[in-house]
Ligand binder design. Structure first.
Ligand code: AP5
Ligand code: MG
Length: 233
């Protein structure tokens, strides 16, 4: 018997949402749904009519309008692989998105296991973001200091050569704007989930392994907690 896990990771830019989501995906066979990655895929697609508008929004550090974001996540959650369980990385980021997600989950009789807030000091976030790079082929995340690729030209995971990329919104001005957006528009969803008894906080300043262990401990929490899904066959 395996049990599908469904969680939300909330945290400021650079908190480690994507890093931990990739680890949880590999550890538990979950689907990693990153709103930011979905937008970046659309920006890369020359046939997407909204690509350039999305790029301007992401580069500015503002949020993409709720209607566009909610529609995109609703479509992704309807895909068959999500039955395995999923990690929502960077969604929801507004009260409207949280309410829309509740309605989607209710419609399909799905319960979330946990909403996890990753807390990291602003100074550390800037350090993390300024050293970040990813493989343009498989999207594996790296860091110049904290997690360098074994070979500077080759992805450890997929072996792609000279495909490392840095995000265009990872400059100082955009990071400041993303942080402001996080504190103004996203942190109001924390009391929303706290009121439902679902919010768990963890120290995102710890090492990557320690953060993974903290998430695993949350997931192993009391079996009769209100958000637990019934076992899947
Ligand atoms: P998104 O792509 O989600 O960006 P973000 O929220 O700014 O977060 P990041 O991806 O920068 O950070 P992360 O927490 O994933 O950190 P990572 O694991 O990479 O969103 C981009 C944009 O899309 C938004 O600004 C917005 O415009 C739009 N958007 C997205 N979602 C939206 C929504 N719901 N509604 C509307 N618009 C939306 O780690 C960072 C670095 O640190 C890495 O190099 C990593 O190796 C390193 N690191 C990670 N953990 C540790 C650790 N514990 N110790 C040391 N180093 C670490
Ligand atoms: Mg990310």
């Amino acid at each position: 018997m395996t049990e599908a896990i469904r969680i939300i990771l909330i945290g400021p830019p650079g908190a480690g949402k994507g890093t931990q989501a990739q680890r949880l995906r590999d550890l538990h066979g979950l689907v990693h749904i990153s709103a930011g990655d979905l937008f970046r895929a659309r920006i890369k697609d020359p046939n997407d009519p909204m690509g350039q508008q999305l790029k301007a929004i992401l580069d500015s550090g503002a949020l993409v309008p709720d209607a566009v974001t909610i529609q995109m996540i609703a479509e992704r959650l309807q895909q068959a692989d999500c039955a395995k369980g999923f990690i929502l990385d960077g969604f929801p980021r507004s009260i409207a998105q949280a309410e829309a997600l509740d309605a989607m989950l209710l419609k399909h009789n799905i319960k979330l296991d946990a909403v996890i807030q990753m807390e990291v000091d602003d100074d550390k976030l800037v350090e993390r973001i300024s050293g970040r790079y990813t493989c343009g082929e498989c999207n594996t995340g790296y860091h110049d200091t904290f997690k360098p690729a074994q070979d500077a030209h080759t992805c450890d995971v997929c072996g792609a050569k000279d495909k490392f990329v840095r995000r265009s919104d990872d400059n100082a001005e955009a990071v400041r704007a993303r942080l402001k957006t996080y504190y103004n528009q996203t942190t109001p969803i924390l009391p929303y989930y706290e009121g439902k008894g679902m919010l768990k906080r963890l120290d995102g300043m710890a090492s990557m392994d320690e953060v993974t262990a903290a998430i695993e401990a949350i997931l192993k929490g009391p079996k009769d907690s209100p958000g637990k899904n019934p076992p899947r066959p």
